[in-house]
Design a protein. Structure first.
Length: 352
């Protein structure tokens, strides 16, 4: 779901983009003939194609209908080793079971937004291209425009401040509320321009002033943190003993969730200050080797979007899955996304 730029020359056929840390992911997963791997973030098929090239079977999942349509060629070139399903990776265990796999040997998640989604102005993810203020990965449900035009000022402050880690969240939220009464926001550049006026931009600034606000809206609209936490629990349920969970994340909010989950469920974790391990409850994962691997300097130079990539891996132990769910990772409490759903009206963006 994050960056997949370039072409894979020897991974079971051509795909549009190279996934970040591909070699490290394959080394962590150890796929091969007879193994079954769930790729919860198919995107352009980079991971799935490379995994299938080892002889493994892949259950590939993506919530974006465009990824499903565009993935047909990768599936065909896999020789029957890739099964591609539309759905959320929070239900990856249910999807794998529906595909005939009660347990699997590995789960890989590449968390974030894909470069294809960013590159398409009509998807509304980018503040650098004018398009509808959408940001929905599934192309269904409330849009970013719905949230911007309907959320209470305090809710906007929390969304932008927590999910975007934006220090100027209060000023931005106040400016949005002041402006939307006269003219609702419907376009990406309209919102980006307002944010730039509020924050200002110094010559030489590498990060656009709207970056963190757009990140926050995207994460909120797609429930990305909740989906990630639920996907980790689903992986715990479906992985067999010795199975491997591999997650590549790109910013601190995602990595913090993965780190807490693996630590809380592992031998080394022993519980956390957020959710102490219940007495006598066996660890469900082990974390062998280095806790976190960053993208190499060479990859970061060749692909700037890999600069913040972090890989974490854990191996499933034989004990049962923990009873505790996503509460163990301490997700932030924000407004309920469903309250912004509407059938039309100001700020709503739909795709026929």
């Amino acid at each position: 779901m994050t960056d997949r730029s370039g072409e894979i020359a020897n991974a079971g056929g051509p795909v549009r983009h190279v996934p970040v840390m591909l070699n490290e992911v394959l080394a962590a997963l150890e796929p091969g003939p007879g193994s079954v791997i769930v790729d919860g973030t198919f995107g352009a098929g980079g991971y799935s194609a490379a995994i299938a090239a080892t002889g493994a079977s892949v259950v590939a999942i993506d919530r974006d209908p465009d990824a499903i349509r565009n993935g047909a060629a990768v599936v065909e070139l896999s020789g029957g080793r890739i099964t591609l399903k539309q759905g959320r990776f929070s239900a990856l265990d249910e999807i794998a079971i529906a595909c005939g796999h009660e347990q699997v040997d590995g789960v890989v998640l590449d968390v974030g937004v894909s470069s294809m989604q960013i590159d398409e102005a009509e998807r509304g993810f980018s503040f650098q291209k004018d398009g509808p203020l959408d940001m929905r990965m599934e192309q269904a449900g409330p849009t970013a425009a719905d949230v911007v035009n309907k959320a209470a000022q305090n809710d906007l402050i929390r969304i932008i401040g927590i999910l975007g880690e934006e220090k100027q969240a209060s000023r931005i939220a106040r400016a949005i509320v002041d402006r939307r009464g006269a003219m609702p926001f419907t376009r990406t550049l309209d919102l980006a321009t307002l944010i730039e006026k509020v924050i200002g931009r110094k010559p030489g600034d590498r990060i656009h002033p709207a970056t963190r606000t757009f990140q926050a809206l995207r994460i909120f609209v797609n429930r990305e943190l909740e989906e990630l936490a639920e996907a980790l629990c689903a992986a715990e349920r479906i992985l067999k003993a010795g199975g491997r969970l591999v997650v590549v994340s790109f910013h601190s909010l995602e990595d913090r969730i993965v780190k807490r989950f693996m630590g809380e469920r592992s031998k080394s974790g022993g519980g956390s200050r957020h959710m102490p391990q219940a007495a006598g409850e066996a660890a469900s994962f082990d974390q062998p080797g280095k806790a976190m691997i960053a993208a190499s300097d060479n990859e970061a130079v060749e692909n700037p979007r890999a600069r913040s990539a972090k890989l974490r891996m854990a191996v499933r132990l034989a004990g049962p899955a923990r009873k505790g769910g996503i509460e163990s990772v301490s997700l932030p409490r924000l407004a309920n996304l469903s309250q912004f759903a509407q059938t039309g009206g100001a700020g709503h963006v739909s795709h026929a």
